[in-house]
Write a protein that binds this ligand. Structure first.
Ligand SMILES: Cc1ncc(COP(=O)(O)O)c(C=O)c1O
Length: 436
């Protein structure tokens, strides 16, 4: 595949990425090659080397790269001169998406959300959720949790726990009270009860919240899983204290944990839901803020943005919903693959002991805590050498996180896990010997 660009005029030995691109990039450092093609769960670089993809665009590619049904829908739409960009005007592409979303996703689940297109990214969806929660309740404080990650724009960053990213803000991040997530102090402490007590105490020091925002599984924060009963308690606490209950389903949603919305098995009904990442199904930018119907008190244009009408994303999102969510077959296949993934990671943990390797996560959002960022980085590096792209998460980047496409074949999944197991063997055997 070639593009009609002239080679650069620089005599430099450095690539144009090193010469011209900001140092802010991070994945490029972990995976130092130039990718040129991708299909399903496989990436191919410019040397022709194939990698199994356990990164999947950080869960933006749950249906894999270039899924043929989604590609066909998009190619047909482009070939027919369908609109690419529609601001927030009515287009046939948006209609296809909204109708599919209503019929296949919302109605069967008994959900009556109004759909807001807040802008292309997850952070846009979070910003819109924050604004509407504050506008509806007239309160400004929002409760967020330790190790939460909600994006890097200033409002979303104020909700985010990660000190490295917060440090990039350059201004005070305000309007948020941080409280401990489920399990933050270990099994013995009920952090939901702790939150209720703080909010119930007029001298608890937490201003009445507009909202409580939570991830059901903390993706960037280290694959911490909230129990279903804890989520139900948080929903009750939000209602009791007049706060809106927001679930940020940007990473855990769209099948990643086994169901379309990650909160379905918990039996909760959030007032607001944020979705992005795999929503378009094709890696095209698209986000949603779902609002309980009575919360939709926006004035026209009050929350705005040029890229709220990505028709290409609407087309692939509609195609993905029709292809994967009309019956239970996809959910069943996610469950089957998740049990293979869990069994293989459990056997690694058994081999090295649960102190050296601890399993974390839920569904196809599973990983291993290997105790240190250095160890995790060494495993990721070895995996990359052997043809597996996989990343880390957690406060010290100590978790090796498997985010394979949900459409990965069993053979590819097993092969990726073989590479991960061999890399873990290689790195841990050495380190455990050194500390023996
Ligand atoms: C739970 C969660 N919320 C919000 C975001 C931000 O999304 P985006 O990077 O598209 O702004 C992310 C991104 O990783 C996320 O995992």
């Amino acid at each position: 595949m070639s593009f009609p660009t002239e080679p650069g005029s620089s005599d430099s030995e450095e690539s144009v990425f090193e010469r011209r691109e900001s140092q802010v990039r991070s994945y490029a450092h972990s995976f130092p090659t130039k990718f040129v093609r991708a299909t399903g769960a496989r990436l191919i670089d410019d040397a022709g080397k194939t990698y199994i993809d356990f990164l999947a665009g950080c869960s933006s590619l749950n249906y894999g790269h270039n899924h043929p049904d989604l590609k066909a829908a998009l190619v047909d739409y482009i070939a027919a001169d369908g609109l690419a960009h529609g601001l927030d005007m009515e287009t046939d592409a948006k209609e296809w998406f909204l109708e599919a979303f209503e019929r296949v996703i919302l109605e069967p689940r008994g959900l009556d959300y109004v759909v807001q297109f807040p802008g292309p990214t997850g952070a846009n969806a979070v910003e819109a959720a924050l604004k509407i929660a504050r506008k509806v309740t007239g309160r400004s404080n929002v409760i967020a949790f330790t190790n939460g990650f909600h994006g890097c724009t200033l409002g979303a960053l104020a909700l985010t726990g990660n000190g490295h990213q917060r440090g990039g803000a350059g201004v005070e991040l305000s309007g948020v009270s941080r409280v401990p997530y489920d399990g933050y102090f270990g099994d013995g402490t009920d952090t939901a009860q702790h939150l209720d007590q703080l909010l119930s105490d007029p001298s608890g020091g937490i201003d009445a919240p507009a909202a409580i925002i939570v991830e059901t599984v903390q993706g960037e924060g280290g694959l911490n899983v909230a129990s279903y009963s804890w989520l139900r308690q948080i929903e009750r606490i939000a209602r009791k204290h007049g706060a809106l209950f927001i679930i940020d389903d940007i990473q855990a949603g769209i099948g990643r944990t086994g169901t379309f919305f990650s909160f379905e098995p918990a039996g909760v009904t959030p007032d607001i839901v944020t979705l992005a990442k795999s929503l378009s199904g094709y890696g095209l930018p698209m986000a949603l803020t779902l609002l309980r119907r009575d919360l939709d008190i926006w004035e026209p244009g009050e929350h705005n943005g040029t890229f709220r009408g990505n028709c290409h994303a609407f087309v692939t999102a509609a195609a993905a919903i029709e292809r994967f969510w009309r019956d239970k077959a996809f959910e069943t296949s996610i469950r089957e693959k998740a049990s293979i993934l869990r069994a293989r990671l459990e056997s690694l943990s058994k081999k090295f002991g649960s102190r050296a390797i601890r399993l974390k996560g839920r569904g196809m959002m599973l990983g291993i805590d290997v105790g240190s960022g250095n160890t995790a980085a060494a495993i990721v590096k070895k995996c990359f050498e052997n043809g597996l792209v996989i990343e880390t998460s957690g406060p010290e980047d100590e978790i090796v996180k498997c985010l394979a496409p949900l459409t990965i074949t069993q053979g590819e999944l097993e092969k990726g896990l073989d590479i991960l197991a061999a890399a873990t063997d290689f790195v841990l055997a050495d380190r455990l010997k050194a500390t023996a």
